[in-house]
Design a protein around this ligand. Structure first.
Ligand code: CAA
Length: 257
């Protein structure tokens, strides 16, 4: 499959997906959405891929949904085409995902980063939900995921004023897992992805499922869900391999079964 707005490369068990609309600072038009959703779905089905890295350019991870494309739309256009709903599929991928963010991650760009499982930022990253300045609100989950990530006070301020956060503030607020020097970002993101992809794939899927459940349920239900998955991993051959490797003082050789 060839794409026009993204690049997809494979590096061992890791896939690297690069947004590639430099003239528009990787603004997320419908073509980008469809290509990202299709490419990630195909990678998700591929047993040889254990982690997907999403990145942009040094200047912009993505400067938001495409304002020029949205400007003429009316309510019925948005409603009948279910504008942006396809992005939800990114949050439903079973394969772990890493967002490697340099430069602008604004509006839909911030929302895309938050749809990923691990969010690494370079020291040049700028996050925000500035939709209000355009007379709209976030539409790819920003008001929900940002609030869960950084709490009501900061999310409310960012969504109501359009103020942006630099990488330091984003890390302090809990939006990103780590800040990496811009020149090292991709290498670091790929290293993280390689580590994740080296784990047992079904167990990594279950770990991801368990963490994500924390955002969907009560503590007691979440702990019960985790306990069931914990019991289930004892049906995975990689559990025997991982524990045997520890006891035998050797690196594990997971078969992803
Ligand atoms: N949509 C469409 N085009 C965009 C864009 C966007 N979100 N962001 C940037 N571009 C285009 C610009 O129009 C410009 O194109 P032209 O050369 O054809 O004019 C090109 O990218 C370069 O942009 P700038 O000249 O503006 O670059 P800059 O360095 O001066 O500024 C910026 C960078 C501060 C990020 C600025 O581009 C900007 O503010 N962009 C819009 C950010 C924004 O509001 N994002 C939210 C969009 S709405 C949304 O995302 C809804 C949602 O929840 C899903």
């Amino acid at each position: 499959m060839t794409y026009e707005t993204i690049l997809v490369e494979r590096k061992g068990r890791t896939a690297l997906l690069t947004l590639n609309r430099p003239k528009a600072l990787n603004a997320l038009n419908l073509q980008v959405m469809n290509e990202v959703v299709e490419a990630t779905a195909a990678l998700d089905r591929d047993p040889d891929i254990g982690c997907i890295v999403l990145t942009g350019s040094p200047k912009a991870f993505a400067a938001g949904a495409d304002i020029k494309e949205m400007r003429p739309q009316g309510y019925m256009d948005m409603y009948l085409s279910d504008w942006f709903t396809a992005w939800d599929r990114l949050g439903e991928l079973r394969t772990p995902t890493v967002a490697a963010v340099s430069g602008y991650a604004l509006g839909g760009g911030c929302e895309l980063a938050m749809l990923c499982d691990i969010l690494l930022a370079s020291d040049t990253a700028v996050f925000g939900q500035p939709e209000i300045k355009l007379g709209v609100i976030p539409g790819i989950g920003g008001s929900q995921r940002l609030t869960r990530a950084v709490g009501k006070a900061k999310a409310m301020e960012l969504c109501l004023t359009g103020r942006t956060m630099d990488a330091t503030e984003a890390e302090r607020a809990g939006l990103v897992s780590r800040i990496v020097p811009a020149d090292d970002l991709l290498e670091e993101a790929l290293a993280v992805a390689e580590t994740v992809a080296g784990m047992s794939a079904p167990v990594a899927m279950m770990a991801k499922e368990a963490v994500n459940r924390a955002f969907e349920t009560t503590l007691a239900e979440g702990v019960r869900f985790e306990r069931r998955l914990f019991h289930a991993v004892f049906a995975v051959a990689d559990q025997k391999e991982g524990m045997s490797a520890f006891v035998e003082k050797r690196p594990p050789e997971f078969t992803h079964r």
